[in-house]
Design a protein around this ligand. Sequence first.
Ligand code: ADP
Ligand code: MG
Length: 260
Amino acid sequence: MSMTADKPAHLKPVALKTEIAVDMIGVHKWYGEFHVLKDINLHVKRGERIVICGPSGSGKSTMIRCINRLEEHQQGRIVVDGVELTNDLKRIDEIRRDVGMVFQHFNLFPHLTILENCTLAPIWVKKMPKKEAEEVAMHYLKRVKIPEQAHKYPGQLSGGQQQRVAIARSLCMSPKIMLFDEPTSALDPEMVKEVLDTMVSLAQEGMTMLCVTHEMGFAKQVANRVIFMDAGQIVEMNTPSEFFAHPQHERTKLFLSQIL
Ligand code: ADP
Ligand code: MG
């Protein structure tokens, strides 16, 4: 299924304005005294898929949460599609609209139906008419293969289905960049594949993606680059084939020996 062919305007993918989708330059962050991100330099090109792995507590979530300002960095620069993240709230809103995020725990609104979860932001943030928002929502619910669940509530769906709703909900905002933070790690094993399949199809359609995941099969299949983080630093960054075949650092080798 292609996202581009014969689509009404509101279903057309939105192109990034700049060649560099995300630029992190000398980024540092502290939680109080704790130095959580140390000199992060990362340049993500339009259409690139980056997989980020590393031990628990290494700063992976913090790093990607800085990209849509769910966390604030204290030093260095973060530029998203040409817009620098500063305290300017208007810019932060603009960036949040363009950058979709999918979390480990789906974060759906339990008291709203699947369809309402998907139409909420387009209606309230984008001021889209309800009928059009529902059309968009059904389009993406079909894409993640659960249109028949539209009128149910999140609690009536399996974890894998809820995570696919969360992805569809993000797509309803026509994001230019998608961030995934361990989207499959709260799922039962039999549901991991259905969510990964959805992510693979997004990748194949050219979405710029940064994914924190330990699903190394996914990394091999779709990533342009794999990043290994430890103790707040990017320790290693390479193509998947090089990364897995010839890890450079002891810490990377140790990590890979534990997860593969
Ligand atoms: P990862 O996603 O790689 O597991 P995180 O980015 O969640 O790592 O966390 C990195 C470190 O920062 C951990 O030691 C964690 O305990 C700490 N941390 C995360 N969030 C906060 C916070 N809001 N306040 C203080 N420390 C935090
Ligand atoms: Mg995390």
